[in-house]
Design a protein around this ligand. Sequence first.
Ligand SMILES: [Zn+2]
Length: 98
Amino acid sequence: MSALLVSFQGDPEAFAASQRRLFEGHRLHVGNSRIAHAVAWAPWINGLTLPVPLCRQGWSGTGASGELLPTRFPVTCRRCRRLRGEDTDTEQPALFAL
Ligand SMILES: [Zn+2]
């Protein structure tokens, strides 16, 4: 996996730790999208990692500005589901129980 190329002003260790607290054990949304992606951890700087969509859905920024948002919804991204070896033949899981 290639390292993230992002510019960040501040304490990288504190930022990476805050991102881990936010995203560990969760899924994520990119921007205003309602699609829930699985979380992967991409190398950043100094051995630190930052959360990214497992499927590598495109986005820009560090996540600190709200480009990536944690969610507890199940993974609805078909590519993430396929990468995790989950069934993609069934309908997309509903975000809310009806
Ligand atoms: Zn995805």
